[in-house]
Design a protein around this ligand. Structure first.
Ligand code: PLP
Length: 225
């Protein structure tokens, strides 16, 4: 045990406590909320203290960056669970299926098809979520809310994918609650159990609306450059 507690480990503990508090306030079990520590832009030396403290669930938003960073960390910590939370291009489907345990960002038929093909080829089955563009922002990835039910059916029927949940990133300048509520409603009517929503600024609100996975970066690792 290092004598000096690393800043990221300290902040991790504070975030963990806030998650517990938000879960209890919502009448939920704290264990029903998984903290995905988002490590994009941070090098292994910043991640290691959090790994050494016992956490194993991490997320990245780029396939290439994850590929450069995580295989070496996995050799030391084989039980790492790695989540892809950023947009996926179909030409990266092979690497994504090989590397990630959970993919949060399926949002179009081409990606669904590419993932289905790679999962069959590699015999690997990452858990899958569909991203909802809850604010219908033109620049943002994700399926429009009104197209979600049909896309979920297409994933299942045309590609044989088991989609377990939904993910959303609310518009940056709007209160997040209506977006979490809408995403939770779409999940409920499609009988999906996982809800990936809530980041450093709004995870307590997301937990009140049923988030099962909160994606937290800067509140743990500090500002990104
Ligand atoms: C970077 C990122 C996060 C973490 O954001 P913070 O505000 O630093 O907590 C969460 N989700 C996605 C999709 C991200 O790209």
């Amino acid at each position: 045990m290092p004598s000096k507690t690393h800043a990221a480990v300290e902040r991790f503990g504070i975030v963990r406590a806030e998650i517990e508090k938000a879960a209890r306030a919502a009448g939920r079990e704290p264990r029903s909320v998984t903290l995905v520590a988002i490590t994009k832009t941070f090098a292994a030396e910043h991640i290691l203290p959090v790994l050494e403290s016992g956490h194993r669930v991490f997320g990245e938003n780029r396939v290439q960056e994850a590929k450069a960073k995580w295989p070496a960390l996995r050799e030391r910590f084989p039980d790492i669970e790695l989540h892809l939370v950023g947009p996926l291009q179909s030409n990266k489907a092979r690497e994504a299926v090989a590397l990630f345990d959970v993919i949060h960002t399926i949002d179009r038929p081409k990606i669904a098809a590419a993932l289905a093909e790679e999962m069959a080829k590699q015999g690997r089955r990452p858990r899958l979520l569909v991203e909802i563009n809850s604010g219908a922002e033109p620049q943002k990835a994700g399926v429009l809310p009104e197209a979600a039910d049909a896309f979920l059916a297409e994933c299942r029927m045309s590609y044989g994918l088991v989609i377990e949940g939904l993910m959303c990133i609310p518009p940056i300048h709007e209160p997040p609650a209506p977006h979490f509520a809408l995403t939770a409603k779409i999940a409920k009517r499609n009988a999906l159990k996982l809800l990936s929503m809530g980041m450093s600024a709004d995870f307590s609100t997301a937990i009140a609306f049923g988030a099962t996975h909160v994606r937290i970066g800067s509140a743990i690792f500090g500002p990104r450059r």
